[in-house]
Design a protein around this ligand. Structure first.
Ligand SMILES: NC(=O)c1ccc[n+]([C@@H]2O[C@H](COP(=O)([O-])OP(=O)(O)OC[C@H]3O[C@@H](n4cnc5c(N)ncnc54)[C@H](O)[C@@H]3O)[C@@H](O)[C@H]2O)c1
Ligand SMILES: O=C(O)C1=N[C@H](C(=O)O)CCC1
Length: 247
């Protein structure tokens, strides 16, 4: 476990220790090197660290010949591309065929909300995303909201829809972040864990898709599923929806 002392890391350690078919062999956190020695024979590593560290961790895991399940946010097309290249280079050099699974959200409610939103997107003139999280979160907008907005944008483009209508002329800072042309609003509030609302509008009607993770245990079935499945999926997989056959 990388990030073992963190909120998610501690929860994952407990979940792995409670699973009869899994064994927790190493707990690493900031300042620990990621090497075959420190990984202590692990077949799969789980990374819940920080956006500034996760890419280097994944490259170190690939060099160590260990499959990776990554929940840390902050990934871009470029950083994912570097992982794809690294995996291909290792395989071409006769190294192990490794799997890396990066998912911005392992909660079933969140994965389903994103899937439903991607399906609905083509039918609505307007679409916006609101994500709501605990105030100790270091990145905004959330990885889940970015993934959701990207899927909505792709579905709108496929359907030939233009931008959502918006007559704003001033005060753009109040209109949230622009993720692939979809407005994303980030709320940080003590008492929250992780929540998302996807709003769709047409003349005279609205569809709201909402999911709530009230406790970090909600992410554990998805994390454990990914740990069990990642070695059977060589290369890079992005999103738990692919493992759940929802994509
Ligand atoms: N995919 C999901 O379902 C999901 C769910 C919750 C959180 N997250 C994401 O997971 C990440 C962690 O969230 P959190 O709430 O557990 O954060 P946290 O701050 O509680 O934990 C992060 C841990 O990583 C450690 N760390 C920092 N740099 C490190 C390094 N180089 N190597 C190893 N460990 C290092 C920190 O010391 C800390 O213990 C965030 O990016 C968050 O957005 C994803
Ligand atoms: O607590 C966090 O931080 C979370 N981050 C993820 C995100 O950025 O989407 C998933 C939910 C919890």
């Amino acid at each position: 476990m990388l990030g073992a002392a963190g909120r998610m890391g501690a929860t994952v350690c407990a979940a792995v220790e409670g699973a009869a078919d899994l064994e927790l062999v190493a707990r690493l956190d900031a300042g620990d090197e990621v090497t075959p020695q420190t990984l202590r024979g692990a077949q799969v590593a789980v990374d819940f660290t920080v956006p500034s560290a996760t890419e280097a961790n994944v490259h170190a895991l690939i060099d160590a010949g260990v499959h990776a399940v990554v929940g840390t946010t902050g990934w871009t097309d470029e950083s994912r591309g570097r992982v794809v290249e690294h995996l291909a280079r290792v395989a071409a050099d006769g190294g192990p065929s490794l799997g890396v699974l990066i998912a911005p959200n392992f909660g079933l409610s969140a994965v389903l909300a994103m899937t439903f939103a991607a399906k609905a997107a083509r039918y609505f003139e307007s679409a916006e995303v609101v994500e709501l999280h605990h105030p100790d979160k270091v990145d905004a907008p959330s990885g889940t909201a970015r993934h959701t907005a990207a899927a909505i944008a792709a579905a709108r483009a496929d359907a030939g829809l233009g931008p959502s209508p918006d007559a704003t002329e001033s005060g753009w800072e109040a209109r949230g972040a622009d993720v692939d042309g979809v407005r994303v609003h980030a709320v940080r509030l003590r008492g929250l864990v992780a929540h998302e609302e996807i709003l769709f509008g047409n003349a005279g009607e609205q569809l709201v898709i909402r999911q709530d993770s009230f406790d970090r245990v909600s992410f554990m079935p998805g994390v454990l599923l990914a740990v069990r499945e990642v070695s059977a999926r060589p290369g890079l997989t992005v999103g738990l929806e692919n493992v759940l056959d929802l994509a």
